[in-house]
Design a protein around this ligand. Structure first.
Ligand SMILES: [Zn+2]
Length: 424
């Protein structure tokens, strides 16, 4: 007997991204979209079949399915944003003028700005306040076609505030459609009260925070950089996190080539992120590992800084994903489609590569490629219909929102509203 679908997205130009659920796309495979003209049949929150319409109707009973006619539009897996600080409080536009005037970050910190400003706000905020602000951001991300978002703690920097950030994420996973993947990042910065004794703060992260947050988080991330957390401190924190069953992530080589990429590869981290200054040895280490390089060109753009050496990584065989790094300081945008454009213009990737970098490879960067990131039978029914018939149009026509409709876990979660009020 054939399975009965309850939803059919038909008449689509479908970028399936199929065939890479076990290993990410890299090298000459990177950017293979697995295009199919046809339909996606869905039951509940799962995909039943994907393929030419005739083939799908042979496999699946469609009589009771609700039909969405994509009208020849591009259909992709729901986009995945694998590196964000989406949970935070307030905003920091008061620093913007200072940054534009070239004020050094240390001066911005002294004037009450920078990351410690966000820490101060989060320490004073209730869980409900964090939930309310983040819910708005997730709504905006969904409108850009994003159905799964990795989210880091790290603006609390004390056990109680870090726990509240992770509790906010847990609540958000129940009250709105976008899936949040929580990462504990207590080692995001050294708080003021430990600025002369970072080893003591590392001890608190390991002995006090990790045992309390381990059931609320999937990953542990560390800001590994000169004058923040050293390679040795990072290794200690990540080793302890692994003991608690957490996956590992690493903010690596953003400001200097400190060996963060090598450490990520050595420890079997799921991803190494930023990587602006990663040298040849770091690139070789990533290429020889399963660690995904998560590149964040929006941060470089907003900070007017250099970009990660994506072409060298690609040629060496590193698996690349892209992300917004959405945060109130270095990259205040929820627009992953804009990041795709920057991936083409500033990292030298092709339109099909940037699409793979925000779908299947982004799924690998959060260890969920068995469930999301491609349109294949058995996977979660997360898909986007874009108002174009080809993938190059997305980054080419940049700065606007191309989303026409989003299906999240088998349900229509967003639909473009025609805003034109004028009669022709
Ligand atoms: Zn970050």
């Amino acid at each position: 007997m054939k399975n009965k679908a309850d939803l059919l997205v038909t008449n689509g130009r479908i970028a399936t991204l199929r065939g890479y659920s076990i290993k990410p796309q890299r090298g000459t495979d990177f950017g293979g979209l697995g295009m199919v003209d046809g339909a996606v049949a869905i039951l509940g929150d799962k995909i039943l079949a994907v393929g030419p319409v005739e083939q799908v109707s042979n496999q699946v009973e469609l009589n009771s399915a609700k039909i969405i006619d994509a009208g020849g539009r591009l259909v992709t897996p729901g986009l995945i944003d694998p590196h964000t600080h989406v949970v935070h409080c307030g905003s920091r536009e008061m620093e913007y003028g200072m940054r534009l005037a070239g004020t050094p970050y240390i001066e911005i910190l002294k004037a009450g700005g920078g990351i410690l400003n966000s820490v101060c706000k989060v320490r004073q905020a209730s869980v409900a306040e964090m939930v309310a602000q983040t819910k708005k951001s997730l709504r905006r991300m969904l409108s850009f076609g994003v159905t799964t978002v990795e989210a880091k703690s790290g603006y609390g920097l004390d056990t109680e505030s870090e726990l509240r950030m992770l509790q906010a994420m847990e609540i958000l996973n129940h009250i709105q459609p976008v899936d949040l993947v929580p990462t504990f990042m207590g080692a995001h910065a050294i708080p003021e009260e430990y600025k002369d004794n970072s080893d003591e703060f590392v001890r608190i992260v390991i002995e006090e925070m990790l045992p309390q947050v381990k059931d609320l988080a999937c990953f542990c991330d560390v800001f590994c950089e000169d004058h923040v957390f050293s390679i040795e401190q990072t290794r200690q924190i990540l080793a302890a996190a692994r003991e608690h069953g957490l996956g590992l992530k690493l903010h690596a080589d953003e400001l200097a080539p400190t060996g963060g990429a090598q450490l990520a590869a050595e420890m079997g981290a799921v991803s190494a992120d930023h990587l602006l200054c990663t040298d040849k040895d770091g690139i070789a280490a990533l290429a020889a590992s399963d660690t995904i390089a998560v590149l964040l060109p929006g941060t470089s753009f907003n900070l007017m800084s250099d970009y990660a050496p994506a072409r060298e990584m690609l040629e060496a065989g590193v698996a690349i994903a892209l992300s917004t790094d959405y945060n109130p300081g270095s990259c205040p945008t929820e627009n992953l489609q804009l990041i795709m454009a920057l991936g083409c213009l500033k990292l030298g990737l092709s339109p099909s590569q940037v699409l793979a970098a925000v779908t299947i490879n982004a799924a690998h960067a959060i260890n969920r490629a068995d469930r999301i990131g491609s349109l294949e039978a058995g996977k979660q029914a997360d898909l986007v219909i874009f108002d174009t018939d080809n993938e190059a149009y997305l980054p080419y026509h940049f700065g606007i929102n191309h989303t026409w409709l989003v299906v999240k876990s088998g349900k229509v979660a967003y639909k473009k509203v025609e805003e034109d009020c004028f009669e022709d």
